[in-house]
Design a protein around this ligand. Structure first.
Ligand code: DOR
Length: 463
C-alpha cells in the first residue's frame, strides 16, 4: 500500500480540481470554481496543460493551508511520544502546511545551534516546521536567551511555554529585546503561585470532584502584567491558549488602545469543558448534561470520568468561558486557533488524574472540532478558516491565499465526510485525546505545502 504522505522535498505537483468550493479568506472570496496547480503553482484558467490529472472537487472545500502556532514535536528528547517526522505527518493529515515547534524539548531549544538542527531535520518532512525558541536559558526563568542569534538561525518567536516568563522584569527585557526584531513573545499566561497544586478549573465541578481548582485570575494576572509591559515597551505580545473570558476581555481592551497584542485559543478550550473531567462528553455549544446542571445528583460515568487525557494546561474551561472564546473567534478578537498538540506516551496519561501529564494531541482533530462548531451555527466557515490559516500565518510572516501565480499551499477537505478518531486513523505517535473512539465531521482529502502533495486520501496523486 502506498503511503498517504508526501514530503516537501518531493517534485512539485500538477492537477486540476474541478467544481470545488474555494474559500480564500485573504481575498474574502467563497465560490465554486475549477482550480489548477501547475508544477506547484496556482494557475489561472488559461494555459493548463492537457493531460494533468483531473480531480473531482464537487462537494469538497479548498482553503489555504493551515498554520499551527503551537505544536509540541517532542524532538529532541521525547521521541517516544512524537518526532519531527511523525508530528509533521499528523500535521499534514490535519490540513496543516506549517507548524511552529515549541521549545520545551529535552534539551530545550534555547541556542541557535539547536534551532538550526530542528530546521535542518525538518527539511524532508511533511510540513514546514518553524521554530519557537526558548525565551530564557533552560526555560528556567533566570537569564534571557540570545534572541538575535536565535532569530538569525530561523526562530520565528520566543516563549517559555509550559510556563509563563517567570518574572515581570524578565518579561519586560524579553519584550524590549524582540522589539527591533519584530518577533512576538508567545506567552503561556499562568501565574505559578496560583497554579501550584491545582488540577482543574475552579467551579462547581471541581468542588464536586474534590480536585484543587485553578482560578481565572491565574491567567488574568499574567495577561494584565504582559499587556502593561507590551504597552510600555512596544514589543509584540502573543498570548497563547487563552482559556477565560476575563483574559479575552483584557485583550480586547488592550487592542482598542492600540497595544501590539494578539492571541490564540485551542480547539479543546473551545469545545470541551471542565465537565469532561466528570465524564461529560458534550461539546460546549450543546445543551449541558445533568452532570453539569445537577452536579451532585448524577453518578459519574466510570468509563470516562477522570480520564488523564482531559488534564491540560490551562485546564478545560467552564462552559461560559468556552462559549465566550468561541464568540472571540467569530468576531476576530481571537486571531488564531492553535492546537497546543501535546503528545504524551500512555504511561504518562493512562494514570491517575493527578499524576497525568497535562496536554492532548490536536493537529488531526482541529479542523473537525471547528467544523462541528460551524455545523452547530457558532462560527462561520470563513471565520474558522481565517483562524486556522491566513491569520496565524500572517503572525509569523507567511502568506496564504489561493491567488494565481502563488505557490500552491492548500488543504482540500470533505466537510460532510465523517471519520473515527482511533489509533489506526491517527498519524501521531501518541493517541492521548479524550476524542478517541468518537466520530467527527470533516475529512481531509489533500494537503499541498509549497506546491508538494504532503497528504493524499484517495485523490490519486500519490501513487
Ligand atoms: O497542556 C499542556 N501541555 N500545556 C502546556 O502548556 C504544555 C504542554 C506540553 O508540553 O505537554
Amino acid at each position: 500500500m502506498t503511503s498517504p504522505f508526501g514530503a516537501l522535498t518531493d517534485a512539485p505537483a500538477s492537477f486540476l480540481l474541478t467544481g470545488v468550493r474555494a474559500v480564500d479568506p485573504a481575498a474574502r472570496s467563497d465560490r465554486v470554481r475549477d482550480l489548477a496547480v501547475v508544477e506547484g503553482r496556482i494557475a489561472d484558467g488559461f494555459g493548463v496543460p492537457d493531460g494533468i490529472p483531473r480531480l473531482d472537487g464537487h462537494g469538497l472545500v479548498v482553503a489555504p493551508g493551515f498554520c499551527d502556532l503551537h505544536t509540541h514535536l517532542r524532538e529532541p528528547g521525547m521521541e517516544g511520544a512524537e518526532t519531527i517526522a511523525s508530528g509533521s505527518r499528523a500535521a499534514a493529515h490535519g490540513g496543516f502546511t506549517t507548524v511552529c515547534a515549541m521549545p520545551n524539548t529535552d534539551p530545550p531549544l534555547d541556542e541557535a545551534a539547536r534551532v538550526a538542527w530542528v530546521v535542518s531535520l525538518a527539511r524532508g518532512a511533511s510540513t514546514r516546521v518553524r521554530v519557537v525558541a526558548a525565551a530564557t536559558h533552560g526555560r528556567a526563568g533566570e537569564a534571557l536567551t540570545d534572541v538575535g542569534d536565535l532569530a538569525a538561525s530561523g526562530a520565528v518567536a520566543i516563549s517559555d511555554d509550559g510556563a509563563a516568563i517567570l518574572t515581570a522584569r524578565l518579561a519586560r527585557f524579553a519584550l524590549l529585546a524582540i522589539g527591533p526584531l519584530g518577533l512576538p513573545l508567545i506567552e503561556h499566561a499562568e501565574d505559578p503561585t496560583l497554579a501550584s497544586g491545582t488540577l482543574m478549573r475552579s467551579g462547581p465541578v471541581a468542588t464536586r470532584l474534590g480536585l484543587a481548582g485553578w482560578a481565572p485570575s491565574t491567567e488574568l494576572l499574567i495577561v494584565e502584567r504582559d499587556i502593561a509591559l507590551a504597552e510600555e515597551t512596544g514589543g509584540r505580545l502573543h498570548l497563547t491558549h487563552l482559556s477565560t473570558a476575563a483574559a479575552l476581555d483584557a485583550v480586547r481592551r488592550a487592542q482598542d488602545r492600540g497595544v501590539r497584542v494578539t492571541c490564540d485559543v485551542t480547539p479543546h478550550h473551545l469545545a470541551m469543558t471542565d465537565a469532561w473531567i466528570a465524564g461529560d462528553r458534550g461539546f460546549s455549544w450543546e445543551a449541558p448534561s445533568d452532570l453539569v446542571s445537577d452536579p451532585f445528583g448524577q453518578p459519574l460515568d466510570a468509563r470516562v470520568a477522570f480520564d488523564g487525557a482531559c488534564r491540560v494546561n490551562p485546564p478545560l474551561p467552564a462552559r461560559e468561558d468556552a462559549l465566550a472564546l468561541l464568540r472571540g473567534v467569530a468576531d476576530g478578537s481571537i486571531d488564531a486557533i492553535a492546537t497546543d498538540h501535546a503528545p504524551h506516551p500512555p504511561e504518562r496519561t493512562l494514570v491517575e488524574f493527578a499524576e497525568a501529564a497535562p496536554g492532548m494531541i490536536g493537529l488531526e482533530t482541529a479542523l473537525s472540532i471547528g467544523l462541528a462548531a460551524v455545523d452547530a451555527g457558532c462560527l462561520s466557515l470563513a471565520a474558522l478558516l481565517t483562524a486556522l490559516s491566513t491569520a496565524p500565518a500572517a503572525l509569523i510572516g507567511e502568506e496564504r491565499g489561493l491567488r494565481p501565480g502563488t505557490a500552491a499551499d492548500m488543504v482540500v477537505f470533505d466537510p460532510a465526510g465523517r471519520w473515527r478518531v482511533d489509533r489506526d486513523t491517527l498519524a501521531s505517535r501518541s493517541a492521548n485525546t479524550p476524542l478517541l473512539g468518537r466520530e467527527l465531521p470533516g475529512v481531509v482529502r489533500l494537503t499541498v505545502a509549497d506546491g508538494r502533495v504532503t497528504f493524499d486520501e484517495g485523490m490519486g496523486l500519490l501513487v
